[in-house]
Design a protein. Structure first.
Length: 283
């Protein structure tokens, strides 16, 4: 059950909002003054704070800023509730790290939709953070056992991230591409493996991240664009590791990717061209 802290100095409004949230299945606590909020955030550890901007003692902007500034509470979602429509006020809310703004009086249909969106996004972020921790453990293990493979994985990860960003993929897709790129060669740490990915599937099978990691381990040709970004980055790094010039490697990859995924290939070719240009400038 997700926990929500409702903060409003209007007792009737606070009580009504809390009752509605309770009916929706949330664990709800209340605060009515600014000075009460931070201690309650630490004690209650809410998933979300519905925070009125105009509060006695400490306003919502300052409270939000302090919540987001602390490593212990920075991942708590904050929705600011305000009657203010001025652009500067909303800009200030963005500056202090608010996740969303909602106008008062509250539209409960919109409120429910936004709460579900924010909490769902928070869950995805938490899952990716856990996946990133798993990824880092395997990378450290790889660095000890096979420094060459470790360097290759980091190179593939770097190119995959840059390419995914150039393709303007979602933050989630970019994060998954980074993790998938780092882990795609884990199977090569095992003795006498041909690298078809099947043994890697066994290694990661108990983890929830296998729901999306599988295509990266197999580097499937028909997979999503972010997987293809890892695939082309991996093939490019392999060719360069074998001593091929970057220009020739890009040209060779074009024979395969230009027809089946022209957007991907064009973005990757431009990425390599831009890097070569910067290297020529000594940057």
């Amino acid at each position: 059950m997700a926990k929500i802290l409702v903060v409003d100095d209007n007792l009737a409004s606070c009580e009504m909002l809390s009752d509605v949230l309770t009916q929706w299945g949330y664990d709800v606590r209340q605060a009515h003054q600014g000075k009460e909020v931070l201690p309650l955030v630490e004690e209650f550890a809410p998933d979300l704070v519905l925070l009125d901007v105009m509060l006695p003692g400490m306003n919502g902007f300052e409270i939000c800023k302090r919540i987001k500034a602390s490593p212990k509470t920075e991942n708590i979602a904050v929705i600011l509730l305000t009657v203010l429509n001025d652009v500067e006020d909303r800009t200030q809310g963005i500056r202090v790290g608010a996740d969303l703004f909602l106008s008062k009086p509250v539209n409960y249909k919109e409120l429910r939709r936004q709460i579900e969106f924010v909490l769902s996004n928070k869950t995805h972020i938490a899952e990716l953070e856990e996946s990133a921790a798993v990824c880092e453990c395997f990378l450290r293990f790889m660095r000890c056992l096979d420094p060459v493979l470790y360097r290759h994985s980091l190179q593939v990860q770097g190119y995959a991230k840059k390419l995914a960003m150039r393709l303007e993929l979602s933050d989630q897709s970019i994060a998954r591409a980074q993790i998938g790129a780092a882990l795609h060669d884990v199977e090569k740490l095992l003795p006498e493996q041909e690298g078809d990915g099947e043994r890697a599937l066994e290694i990661f099978a108990p983890l929830k991240m296998m729901e999306w990691l599988r295509p990266y381990l197999l580097l499937e040709k028909s997979a999503a664009l972010e997987v293809q970004a890892v695939r082309i980055a991996n093939e490019f790094c392999k060719l360069c590791d074998e001593g091929m010039e970057e220009e020739r490697a890009v040209e060779l990859l074009g024979e395969q990717y230009r027809k089946i995924c022209p957007e991907l290939y064009a973005s990757f070719a431009q990425l390599i061209s831009d890097e070569q240009f910067l290297k020529g400038l000594g940057l």
